[in-house]
Ligand binder design. Structure first.
Ligand SMILES: Cc1cc2nc3c(=O)[nH]c(=O)nc-3n(C[C@H](O)[C@H](O)[C@H](O)COP(=O)(O)OP(=O)(O)OC[C@H]3O[C@@H](n4cnc5c(N)ncnc54)[C@H](O)[C@@H]3O)c2cc1C
Length: 474
């Protein structure tokens, strides 16, 4: 199709002192803050468009309850039973608000959008640790109304920007130093890590690769995803300390996938682009036998991006069991094959065919190309997407302490961890968090070598720096 697309992140979560946004601005990248008005459309379970006013009203209700859930989780997390989910919170709030049956139903259906933020359905989202999903100011939560949400109880206005020009240049800029000044072994799979520090006074951590090559280092920073660590704890010698093992076991890893459908023209754009939706939600669809569990589906129109970045593409997000189902449809198929195309097209046609101006006889309304991700079957992605915090049965599990344990790493073994799963609480699961985690661990190693704080400080707030260093106040 000739377009560059991001198979991972599209969004910059948070606009206040976010190094990724600063970098994007420096590089003169194009971001989109989708307009609040007319930025959404919602289709009900029969495939009919929900009246705009009703959609806005219910979207506000949903995000109001989510804001209340953050507040509740922040204030009461120690007393919230570990099995309580975000869905449970919605159930009690909807009851308290005395909504009629139709409104309650719409709120529940629209609330499922939460799954596309964390990669798993809201019924699995821990209420006790919901506060860990909160984000830097201008942070992680976006609304089906657009890109930003005012949280009435916290007085925080959170904003997310769609990186319309893609992450390509930002990634290249971040990689520049590593490419210029280090020896990189690309396409090299690490199979084990052996710390010899316990037995010898010399620092030696041996990284063994799939070709049985041993590489010896003074210190090793392990940046493989949390999902990879979950499957490969036995590759560390000596065994990882118990707090690290527990952390890797306790913290969850989500399944968010994306599917891009490109069309010859953006047929869904109305004459007035300002009236065309950026987000579209398809609630609990009952009008297709392709979606056996009536999972809600969401898509974003890339035709609404600023002109030089716009293309006639719909980006669908799917999560959890729905994502598992979608990836299973094309398991083992070449993305260039007819079957790959037709299986994904069959799944998504019931949704794009609801959009304005759709004509089943027009070739403009048939996708010209389809490409989906399959992170959950990719060992290097850790069989999933990113960290999330799910309900559990144990009162003993303290996921915040688990994150801190990972951040602490095993300095005595010369083994450190970095990546989104070790980020400051406000940036877990994001590119910004992954970036900050790398800076923080580099700083700590430099300090360990008496080099002081030579690593550039980022704009992270004092509290968050404390969080990152494990100095969290209860
Ligand atoms: C579909 C999707 C959408 C997302 N959307 C957003 C978004 O809009 N905004 C946002 O901020 N974040 C988003 N994220 C999250 C963001 O992409 C991650 O938080 C971030 O990329 C994590 O960076 P990382 O360095 O921790 O891990 P990764 O980027 O996963 O890097 C880990 C590296 O380890 C390598 N590796 C794994 N195993 C081995 C091994 N055995 N040997 C050698 N190398 C190995 C992998 O190949 C990979 O290069 C999204 C993620 C997904 C999956």
């Amino acid at each position: 199709m000739g377009h560059t697309i991001d198979l991972g992140p599209n969004w910059i979560h948070g606009t206040v002192r976010n190094p990724i946004l600063e970098l994007a601005n420096e590089l003169k990248q194009t971001t989109l803050s989708p307009p609040e008005d007319a930025a959404r459309s919602v289709y009900d379970e029969l495939g009919d468009m929900v009246e705009a006013e009703t959609a806005i009203k219910h979207s506000e209700l949903v995000w109001g309850i989510i804001a209340d859930a953050f507040k509740y989780s922040n204030e009461h997390h120690n007393s919230i039973p570990p099995e309580k989910s975000l869905l449970d919170f919605f159930e009690s709030e909807v009851k308290d608000k005395g909504l009629d049956e139709a409104s309650s139903k719409l709120v529940f259906q629209m609330a499922h959008i939460w799954g596309d933020f964390v990669g798993e359905p809201m019924e699995k989202q821990s209420l006790r640790f919901f506060w860990l999903e909160e984000c830097i100011e201008g942070g992680k939560c976006l609304t089906s109304a657009g890109n930003s949400q005012y949280f009435p109880n916290t007085h925080v206005f959170q904003e997310n920007l769609f990186l319309a020009s893609t992450y390509k240049d930002v990634l290249n800029a971040i990689a520049k130093v590593a490419l210029a000044r280090t020896e990189l072994h690309l396409s090299t799979k690490v199979t084990s890590i052996t710390s010899k520090l316990e037995h010898t006074s010399e620092r030696a951590v041996v990284v063994t690769t799939a070709s049985d090559t041993d590489l010896v280092f003074d210190e090793v920073i392990m940046t493989a995803p949390l999902g990879w660590l979950k499957h490969n704890m036995s590759c560390f010698t000596p065994a990882l300390p118990l707090p690290i093992i527990k952390a890797i076991e306790n913290i969850s890893y989500g399944r968010l996938e994306k599917v891009y459908l490109s069309f010859p023209t953006a047929f869904w754009m109305t004459q007035n682009p300002a009236e065309t939706s950026f987000f579209t939600q398809f609630l609990s669809p009952t009008y297709t036998n392709q979606n056996p569990e009536h999972w809600s589906i969401e898509c974003v129109s890339l035709a609404s991006l600023p002109e030089h970045c716009a293309h006639a593409t719909l980006l669908f997000y799917v999560n959890g069991p729905c994502a598992q189902h979608v990836t299973s449809l094309v398991k083992g198929l070449e993305p260039t094959s007819k079957e790959y195309f037709s299986h994904l097209n069959d799944f998504f046609a019931p949704y794009y065919s609801r959009l304005p101006n759709y004509d089943p006889f027009s070739s403009d309304c048939k996708p010209a190309g389809i490409l989906g991700t399959d992170w959950q079957n990719d060992q290097f992605a850790g069989w999933g997407s990113y960290t999330t915090f799910q309900t559990s049965k144990s009162n003993e599990i303290q996921l915040d302490k688990d994150i801190e344990a990972l951040r602490e790493g095993c300095p005595d073994m010369g083994l450190w961890f970095a990546g989104e799963h070790t980020a400051p609480f406000v940036a877990l699961g994001t590119v910004t968090g992954a970036y900050w985690s790398g800076e923080a661990v580099a700083e700590r190693i430099a300090e360990a070598y008496g080099m002081g704080k030579e690593v550039k400080q980022n704009g992270i707030e004092e509290k968050e720096k404390d969080d990152m260093n494990g100095n969290v106040e209860e």
